[in-house]
Design a protein around this ligand. Structure first.
Ligand code: V47
Length: 367
């Protein structure tokens, strides 16, 4: 950053924040809030880009992955969710293990990562999920199985009368490698009471991720934003993730999820602007100094906005996905799937270097 930049940040009242970012010092909550309130999103983006390049250079990562939803039947009924159905309701589905395997076998390429999530189904027990993992592990021994959010883990435990740690151990034994980051939503209890009153609370979500980390199961983390939460709630959410990471060191990647507004009971007065999305991604990069990767999840952002996000702190483009339901049922305007060539072209089109990765961000040899 040159002296012109320094003046720009001083004029915005962010001179000290600039100094802290340049020297790698941790930002506090008030500084995070000031960045979110900054009227110059490009300045915040430039700061996040500086940070992103220090950690990840010019690389933009992607993975050959496939998403599979085993069921949309859910007992939680969160107000923001357009994916869920009650049992027996029109559009409700629950796939058999064979149907899940069939989806994976019909994929024209061999995915390196399988991402499986579903609703909190009222009757599907742990044995079903153990069987899903075993069968996929046999079919794709080299793939990372990134399956079941902390919310599902808590649900399986409740159904079976087990501790969440026992559920994690049983799933790990069946082949589970990682947990995806979903279900975090916004940690603030008052907002949670309005948007997802039946879902596990922040402490339970964080505890399950900590337990997973202690068992050697790495996890991702998310934040759903652009609904009822205030800027302070976003910063507090990031701070809780940062504290958990200090304690258990197992988060691989953070995924900011802008709320998709269609087909849900949750009505927002002021939908997010594109620049606010980018500024929130940038502030995430700046606050989460102990999480190496920020994902520009093109499904929720659109591919063009995901390209822009690569200059606002994000370093990962997610992947091929193959079939996506949660965002698209809520009106996401993105494609269903991308090919490796499309992802690489988009990254190169931004002047960045595409790097195919595995789930832990190790570059794939010979890709
Ligand atoms: O848990 C639900 C969110 C999550 C909406 O770990 C919504 O690598 C926006 O967690 N608008 C699922 N978001 C997606 C998710 C994810 C995606 C990609 C990669 C990874 C990873 C994780 O989506 C849910 C919820 O937080 N969500 N409805 C909506 N209308």
């Amino acid at each position: 950053m040159n002296s012109v930049d320094k003046k720009r940040f001083e004029n915005l009242g962010l001179g000290l924040v600039l100094d802290k970012v340049l020297s790698g010092e941790r930002l506090d909550l008030a500084e995070g809030e000031r960045l979110l309130a900054c009227p110059d999103p490009l300045a915040v983006g430039a700061l996040a880009d500086h940070c992103r390049r220090r950690i990840n250079g010019r690389a933009a990562f992607y993975v050959l992955n496939q998403h599979v939803n085993y069921s949309n039947v859910c007992v939680n009924g969160c107000a923001f969710c357009a994916f869920q159905r009650r049992e027996g309701q029109d559009g409700a589905f629950a796939l058999s293990v064979d149907q899940i395997l069939d989806k994976i076998n019909r994929n024209p390429f061999r995915p390196r990562e399988i991402h499986i999530v579903g609703g909190c189904h009222p009757t599907l027990g742990l044995a079903h999920f153990v069987e899903i993992l075993r069968r996929i592990r046999l079919a794709l021994p080299e793939a990372t199985l990134k399956c079941f959010t902390a919310v599902e883990i808590a649900h399986f435990a409740r159904l079976e009368g087990l501790e969440t740690e026992e559920v994690l151990k049983a799933l790990k034994q069946a082949g589970l490698d990682m947990l995806p980051g979903g279900g975090a939503e916004i940690f603030d209890p008052e907002v949670r009471a309005k948007i997802c009153p039946k879902k596990i609370d922040a402490q339970t979500w964080l505890r399950i991720h900590g337990q997973a980390h202690d068992l050697g199961i790495r996890t991702n983390c998310t934040m759903l934003f652009g609904h009822l939460e205030s800027p302070r709630h976003r910063i507090e959410h990031l701070d809780l993730l940062r504290r958990q990471q200090d304690a258990s060191r197992g988060f691989v990647c953070f995924i900011p999820l802008p709320f998709q507004t269609e087909n849900s009971r949750l009505k927002v007065e002021q939908p997010l602007t594109g620049l606010e999305e980018l500024k929130t991604i940038a502030v995430s990069r700046l606050m989460l100094d102990n999480i190496a990767h920020i994902k520009a999840y093109w499904v929720m952002l659109t591919v063009k906005q995901a390209q822009a996000a690569l200059f606002f702190g994000a370093d990962d483009f997610d992947g091929t996905v193959v079939e996506e339901k949660i965002g698209h049922m809520a009106g996401a305007a993105s494609e269903q799937a991308l090919s490796r060539a499309e992802i690489e072209d988009m990254i190169r089109g931004c002047g960045l270097t595409p790097v195919e990765r595995d789930s832990l961000f190790n570059p794939v040899e010979g890709a």
